[in-house]
Design a protein around this ligand. Structure first.
Ligand code: FES
Length: 180
């Protein structure tokens, strides 16, 4: 009759259990690294292939209203709804702009934002100037820079006249990258 020593049994089982745990940890490590690699690869692949995807024009034509609302040789404040809004944008979806009508169908539509740091400029009929309340930037009636810190004139939107209405190409953020 043979008697087995229980201590000896435990000692024999230990290396096997340890190797199973090590295998499992190794597999878990591989899985975590693979997941991290995939997460990092998604934006990289997106960046590489983004140049092949046709980009949509982020702008759209929006009516500013009937031409009669804009008398010749005058500048008026108008508002349009940003074409790319979300329900929670609220009032920020309403974009103001300055409309200057020269004669007939000749207009200039200016972004309200100062070309310095974006404060809303105001039109002063008496002096024929746009003025910025933030740092004293001043623009002539044609939107060109008159004085102060702005590095350029006011941003101008594209516009068209159609069906007796003035339309602005909205949806574009005015930045210094836009042509003067
Ligand atoms: S934001 Fe208009 S002058 Fe600075």
């Amino acid at each position: 009759m043979s008697v087995t020593d229980p201590k000896h049994d435990v000692a024999e089982k230990q290396p096997k259990e340890e190797s199973t745990r090590r295998d499992w940890l190794f597999l878990a490590g591989v899985a975590v690294n693979a997941a991290a690699g995939l997460l990092l690869a998604v934006p990289l692949v997106g960046f590489v292939f983004s140049s092949f995807v046709e980009k949509k024009d982020p702008r759209a034509w929006i009516s500013l209203g009937a031409l009669e609302n804009f008398p010749e040789k005058s500048t008026r404040l108008a508002t349009y709804q940003n074409p790319f809004t979300r329900p929670w944008d609220g009032k920020t979806a309403n974009i103001p702009c300055w409309v200057r009508r020269l004669t007939g169908n000749k207009f200039q539509v200016f972004a309200i934002n100062c070309a310095h740091l974006g404060c809303p400029v105001r039109w002063f009929e008496e002096s024929g100037l746009f003025m910025c309340p933030c740092h004293g930037g001043v623009y002539y009636e044609d939107g060109s820079r008159a004085s102060g810190p702005p590095p350029r004139g006011l941003f101008e939107y594209d516009y068209k006249v159609e069906n007796g209405e003035l339309w602005v190409k909205g949806g574009e953020m005015p930045t210094l990258a836009n042509p003067v």
